[in-house]
Design a protein around this ligand. Sequence first.
Ligand SMILES: *Cc1c(COP(=O)(O)O)cnc(C)c1O
Length: 474
Amino acid sequence: MTNLQEAFSPENFRQNAHNLVDLLADYLEKSQDQSISSVIPYQEPEETLAFWKADFEKGKGDINEFFKQTIEKSMHLHHPRYMGHQVTPPLPITAMAGMLTGMLNNGMAVYEMGLVSNPLERILSDLLAKRIGFDKNASGLLTSGGTLANLTALLAARASKTEVWEEGNQEKLAVMVSEEAHYCIDRAARIMGMGSDGIIKIPANEKLQIRTDLLEKYYQEAIKKGLKVICIVGSACSTSSGSYDNLEEIALFAEKHKLWFHVDGAHGGAVIFSEKYKHKVKGINQADSVVIDWHKMLMTPALATALIFKSDEDAFKTFQQKAQYLWANQHSKDWFNSGKRTFECTKLMMSVKIYSILKAHGEHIFGENVDYLYDLGRIFAKLIQSRPNFELAIEPESNIVCFRIINSTFNDTNEINTLTRQQLLQEGKFYIVQTTLQEKVYLRVSLMNPLTTETDLNALLDEVENIYNQVSRK
Ligand SMILES: *Cc1c(COP(=O)(O)O)cnc(C)c1O
């Protein structure tokens, strides 16, 4: 056998893949019963680089050992004390689908390269459109991440309101967005040539929602400066604080000035699956476009993001471009040629991973996940409020909870919270992050793991207090 033949050997694959499944099942088990040593085996960047450089120097070696080390040395999202960034611990079924799609590698840009994934993508988009409350004219697509999806939505907004795609920039364009919006909106607008002037940041209120009472004022000021406002973005919810903007009021404003209304629901758009929490996105059905990450609240491995348009027309306007070798008919609106509507050409078979959840567990599991984690956010807030040394940033509206330690004996509250979070990271027993809200440093928790319980949350607060006591004694 040549080296290449051996590399493709079905028997080797069977053997190694079985071993990998055992490794992953052990990882799941030890994470869930918390016998795995840490949530994050934190090491400094230079240390981790040195480790892998030494490994690299050894050249070819045991693949099982490499897989094992990769598990050991990574962040463990399936550990109930993982509460950091908004990435889901994926359902095991989706990891299996990941192996399947990795092997099949159907690239999706044209129909025949996605015979399964293109129709599934259509079905999943229709499902989301229905839950959003759009009618039959809606359509959608999957793309690699909320950042790219938001850029695509803004490009669609521009295509709908201007002729920039053909004629280039003639006017100074602008978008309106909350100061609490995800930074990718700002970045997208800059990529599109709008510059600082073109990003109109509207202040947030004390609940960190966009101040809709200021929209008209900021809009008029923009017009006076000679800007053409094309779009307004609502956050559902904002990343730092988990606050939902008032989408109904934004919709009214967008309607009045004929603006494109985009909802960035990367994290919290998932509430459309929850009877209990879907009221948070009331008005979302008025949007022209909506982004929802499947890899945040919907238990799918990254990256997998939906972009749903109220009108099918708009979806196809975004990238009107000739690529003769790909599509025989440039101007037809074929849903099954994914590349006509996405930035990406070759694309992952994300829909297969998502669909595997529906097949194995049913749609209901999405709502269950949202309900459990959002409920847990409220429980955590109560625990924080019951302890005198802690302060809640705002009453949480989602599973994102920001809080900080306060103590009159220590005057630099920002510093003590930063130090505490650093220490937590190095200990590795919990993983949380930090954020700055209106110039105050907060510890920030995103409850992403539906196996996290109140016991874990109390243990976190105990640990933070411990660390605080050590740090403040120094
Ligand atoms: C996470 C997030 C994004 C970015 O999405 P990625 O999938 O990480 O690229 C954008 N907007 C909001 C509100 C988010 O929470």
